[in-house]
Design a protein around this ligand. Structure first.
Ligand code: TLP
Length: 347
C-alpha cells in the first residue's frame, strides 16, 4: 500500500531533476564565499524578493534565529503573534541562545496582528522595561490555517514599525504560497520588511535549506551570526543546487497544491463528524476539527487513518492539519476522503 503523507510539506523528497543537479553542482568553500552554486541561489533569492542580498541556511528555524539575533541584542524585546512558529516551535531559541524577550500578542484567525495591539505592546522609555526592537510576522501563517497576509497589511505593519523606529522581520517559510494565492509578486510581499526568510524544503520540495534576504549590510552581519550558530557550511552547493531547481521548477506549480487543497476540502466537507475551519483552505493546508463530543480524538483518528495508508497531523486534541504538496496527486484525494469515511462514516 502506497502511503499518502499529508502531515506536512516538509516530507517532500527531492525530484529526479534535483538529484541530478545535486550530483553535478559546481562547489567551493562557502565560508570563503567561494561556492558558485550557493552564490547563485542567494542571488536568485534576493532578486525574487527584491532585496539586495541573500544568505543560505540549513533550516527555517536557523533562518529566523539568525535574523532575530542580527536585529536584536541580549535583553531586547520582540513583538510577535502567540501562534507564531518562532514562538511555538523553534525551541525558544531566541530566548535560550539570544537572551531575547518574546512579547506575544494575539494572532487573529487570519494570521494578522492588530495594529493597535502592536502599538500597545511597544515599550515606553523606562528603566523597568526591555527595549522593543523588532516586530515579526509570518506569511503564510501556519497555525492560522495557512492564511496569506496581504501586501496592504504588510505595508501597514511596515509603516508602523518604521514610525516607531522598529525593524520588521517576516517568517516567510511559505511566502511563495502566499504570493500565488494572492496573485502578487513575492517581492511585493517582502517590500515592507527589513528581513525575510523562506524555506526551500517545504512546498518547494528541496531536501534542505532556507534563505534569509535583506539589505547588503544586514546580510553581511547575518553571515557572522550564521557562523556563530554553526551554520557556516562548506561545499553547500550540493544542497543549494536542489534549491535552484526548486525555484525554477516547483515554484511555478505551487498553485496546483492549492487547487488540490480545495478538492480535498470539498470531499472532507461531506463527512458529518468533521468540520472545516472557516476560510480553509487559503493555500496548501486544510485544517478541520472533530466536535467536542466525538467519541474519538484527533490523535486516535490519525492513528486509524494510518492503517489505510493516510498520514495526517493531529495538531491538537480535536484538530487536524492536512498539507498538500508536490507528491500528492489528484487520485490521492479520493483515497484520503475514502479513508476518512472508513474511520468516521459518511452521510
Ligand atoms: N514548520 C513545520 C513544523 O515545525 C511545524 C511544519 O510542518 O509546518 N516557519 C514556519 C512558518 C514553519 O512552518 C516552519 C516549519 C519553520 C519556520 C521552521 O522550518 P524548519 O523546519 O526548516 O526549521
Amino acid at each position: 500500500m502506497k502511503t499518502i503523507d499529508l502531515r506536512s510539506d516538509t516530507v517532500t523528497k527531492p525530484t529526479p531533476a534535483m538529484r541530478q543537479a545535486m550530483a553535478s553542482a559546481p562547489v567551493g568553500d562557502d565560508v570563503y564565499g567561494e561556492d558558485p552554486t550557493v552564490n547563485r541561489l542567494e542571488e536568485m533569492s534576493a532578486n525574487l524578493l527584491g532585496k539586495e542580498a541573500g544568505l543560505f541556511l540549513p533550516s527555517g528555524t536557523m533562518g529566523n534565529l539568525a535574523a532575530i539575533l542580527t536585529h536584536c541584542g541580549r535583553g531586547d524585546e520582540i513583538i510577535l503573534g502567540d501562534m507564531a512558529h518562532t514562538f511555538l516551535f523553534e525551541v525558544g531559541g531566541i530566548a535560550a541562545l539570544g537572551g531575547i524577550h518574546p512579547h506575544t500578542i494575539p494572532n487573529q484567525s487570519d494570521g494578522t496582528l492588530r495594529l493597535d495591539d502592536i502599538k500597545n505592546a511597544i515599550r515606553a522609555e523606562n528603566d523597568h522595561y526591555p527595549p522593543t526592537r523588532l516586530v515579526t510576522l509570518e506569511n503564510t501563517h501556519n497555525r492560522c490555517g495557512g492564511a496569506p497576509l496581504s501586501v496592504e497589511y504588510t505595508h501597514q505593519v511596515g509603516d508602523l514599525a518604521q514610525s516607531e523606529g522598529l525593524k520588521l522581520h517576516l517568517d516567510g517559510a511559505r511566502l511563495f504560497n502566499a504570493a500565488v494565492a494572492l496573485d502578487v509578486e513575492p517581492a511585493a510581499l517582502a517590500g515592507p520588511v527589513d528581513s525575510v526568510t523562506f524555506c526551500l524544503s517545504k512546498g518547494l520540495g528541496a531536501p534542505v535549506g532556507s534563505v534569509l534576504c535583506g539589505s547588503g549590510d544586514f546580510i553581511k552581519r547575518a553571515r557572522r551570526t550564521r557562523k556563530m550558530l554553526g551554520g557556516g557550511m562548506r561545499q553547500a552547493g550540493i544542497i543549494a543546487a536542489a534549491g535552484i531547481v526548486a525555484l525554477e521548477t516547483i515554484l511555478p506549480r505551487l498553485g496546483e497544491d492549492h487547487t488540490r487543497a480545495q478538492l480535498l476540502a470539498q470531499r472532507l466537507a461531506e463527512i458529518p463528524r468533521l468540520q472545516l475551519e472557516p476560510g480553509t483552505p487559503a493555500t496548501n493546508m486544510v485544517y478541520c476539527t472533530l466536535s467536542d463530543d466525538d467519541p474519538l480524538n484527533a490523535p486516535q483518528v490519525a492513528e486509524k487513518l494510518r492503517q489505510y495508508g493516510v498520514l495526517v497531523s493531529a495538531t491538537a486534541q480535536r484538530r487536524f492539519r492536512l498539507v498538500l504538496h508536490y507528491w500528492v496527486e489528484d487520485s490521492h484525494i479520493e483515497k484520503v476522503a475514502q479513508a476518512f469515511q472508513n474511520v468516521l462514516g459518511s452521510r
